[in-house]
Design a protein around this ligand. Structure first.
Ligand code: CP3
Length: 340
């Protein structure tokens, strides 16, 4: 197996930084559309052979150092009772938003059988990977998943979610603790099915104040990580807002913190306890630019991180759907040519 990714995640020396990219299997790929035009997004997630086909696209076409399971962070919310749909151009929707104590009480927690399709997909993917590179499993963090359940979809300001947190904190906490229980069980299901690493996505933590982040997000991530059957499986904690929250994130004891693009990556790494690796943190917009610009920004980051153990190259957030495929491929070539 190519162990670059796992070695860097455990802060061991590697000959170059390993590379994978958030949303590496997605709409920027013409081959993704060939599949997407035949099935709905949830059908793709729920049919193990199709989820495996999509997971393998960046493995075969881009040569990344780690694969990530094709699924979505919102499948936990669906399993708990959320009426989830994805519509092109609209994004995710929960038709039955969760806003009252009764709504929260109605959500189910004992739902692993409804997520069995993910375990099945992991087994098919591992057969296809055949030990070549590690497979990353993932889940959404409770705050980010809560925001979709409460808002009923994507939001710019999280107004309804924050009102619930501030006016009825006990209802928000009941909801978060239910999501956290499902998420820990769900990640342990993925570990039992054979993933080699775990990433927790708290995409919208950036919206929270310092105190609210600790009370409504960090606490639950800490609970989830503490409940994982980790064995030799590294845990990556990602949020937008990590430039600010990294010291709190570190208290949950992940192996890796995935950093947004606002911060200087070396400064963040130096501020963390020894043994926590960093992942990141190219601004994904760089991948729209001309190739010499892409190369310059990647090499700049690598010069800054030269000599550091525990660095995984990634973007500060996911690849946008209209980034040219050729630019993504080029960026990965630049990384793979680099030698420390
Ligand atoms: O990274 C990967 O390639 C693995 C697959 C993956 C998807 N979603 C596939 C997907 C992962 C890890 C996610 C996580 C996810 N989903 C997050 C956290 C990561 C992040 O980017 O912040 C979030 C917030 C979601 C929720 C979600 N799912 C949104 C907001 C959307 C719509 C996006 C949009 O711009 O319309 C999705 C749908 C989704 N998830 C797609 C894919 C490939 C697009 C579905 C389609 O083809 O219609």
């Amino acid at each position: 197996m190519n162990t670059l990714f796992l070695d860097a995640a455990f802060s061991k020396q590697t000959e170059r930084p390993p590379v994978w990219m958030m949303r590496q299997a997605g709409r920027f790929m013409p081959q993704y559309w060939e599949i997407k035009n035949k099935y709905s997004f949830l059908e793709m997630c729920k049919t193990p052979e199709i989820a495996a086909d999509v997971t393998m696209l960046p493995v075969d076409l881009l040569g990344i150092d780690a694969a990530i399971l094709f699924s979505d962070i919102l499948v936990t919310g669906e399993a708990m009772g959320g009426d989830l749909s994805f519509t092109q151009g609209v994004g995710p929707k929960f038709a039955n938003p969760v806003r009252t104590l009764a709504d929260v009480e109605a959500l189910e927690v004992d739902v692993l059988d409804r997520l069995q399709y993910v375990a099945d997909a992991i087994k098919v993917i591992q057969q296809r990977l055949n030990g070549s590179i590690p497979l990353i499993g993932f889940a959404g963090a409770p705050f980010t998943v809560m925001s979709y359940l409460v808002e009923g979809g994507s939001s710019k300001d999280f107004k309804t979610t924050k009102l619930l947190m501030h006016n009825q904190p006990e209802v928000a906490h009941l909801l978060l603790s239910k999501i956290a229980k499902v998420t820990a069980n769900y990640l342990n299901l993925q570990i039992a099915a054979g993933v080699n690493a775990i990433q927790i996505f708290d995409s919208w933590a950036l919206a929270l104040s310092w105190n609210d982040y600790q009370e409504f997000s960090h606490r639950y991530i800490q609970e989830i990580i503490a409940g994982l059957d980790r064995k030799d499986i590294p845990v990556i904690s990602f949020c937008k807002g990590s430039s600010v929250f990294a010291p709190i994130m570190a208290e949950a004891k992940p192996d890796v913190i995935s950093v947004d693009w606002n911060a200087d990556l070396l400064n963040i790494k130096n501020s963390l306890p020894a043994g926590i690796a960093v992942q990141g943190n190219l601004d994904p917009h760089i991948l729209y630019a001309d190739k010499p610009v892409i190369k310059k920004h990647i090499l700049q980051l690598f010069e800054r991180m030269r000599g550091e153990k525990g660095f995984i190259f990634n973007l500060g957030h996911g690849i946008m759907p209209d980034i040219p495929f050729d630019n993504v491929k080029y960026a990965i070539e630049v990384v793979k040519e680099f030698k420390y």
